[in-house]
Design a protein around this ligand. Structure first.
Ligand SMILES: [Zn+2]
Length: 139
């Protein structure tokens, strides 16, 4: 995935934050579908599956739920542009995140629960470099 920036409508960000707050203190995970054009990812739809780990440090989506989400994204002609989750700490990918980023090569959006309105975006490039992706909130 070749992306420099993600454009996230404010209403989708609100949905992500609400899901994170509802799941607190456990970690929450959301998936964002949309499309990519000229190295820009456009977020169009948010999925808020349950974190079956019920953990404050990890997340797992039930495999059947994950399959349903992927199927719907494909049927709607979209792609998975980003995976969103929150950290109680600064929004930097953890070691575990980096391993999952290798198998899920989309944008990883991370919010600090201290400041959820300002998510940070990351992409793991093929060489293994962590690249920051600009996050643009659209009002
Ligand atoms: Zn994380």
């Amino acid at each position: 995935m070749q992306v420099d920036k993600i454009i996230l409508p404010k209403q989708l960000l609100t949905k992500l934050i609400n899901h994170a707050k509802k799941s607190s203190p456990n970690e929450s995970v959301s998936m964002i579908s949309g499309y990519i054009k000229d190295r820009i990812a456009y977020a169009e739809k948010v999925y808020t599956p349950e974190n079956i780990d019920q953990s404050t440090t990890t997340f797992t989506v039930e495999p059947l739920t994950l399959l349903e989400i992927y199927t719907e994204i494909e049927e709607e002609g979209r792609v998975l542009v980003a995976i969103y989750h929150t950290h109680p700490a600064p929004p930097q990918p953890s070691g575990t995140d980096r391993r999952y980023m290798e198998v899920n090569p989309c944008i990883w959006l991370i919010s600090s629960t201290q400041n959820p309105e300002k998510p940070k975006g990351y992409l793991l490039e093929e060489k293994g470099n962590l690249k920051e992706v600009k996050v643009s909130i659209l009002n």
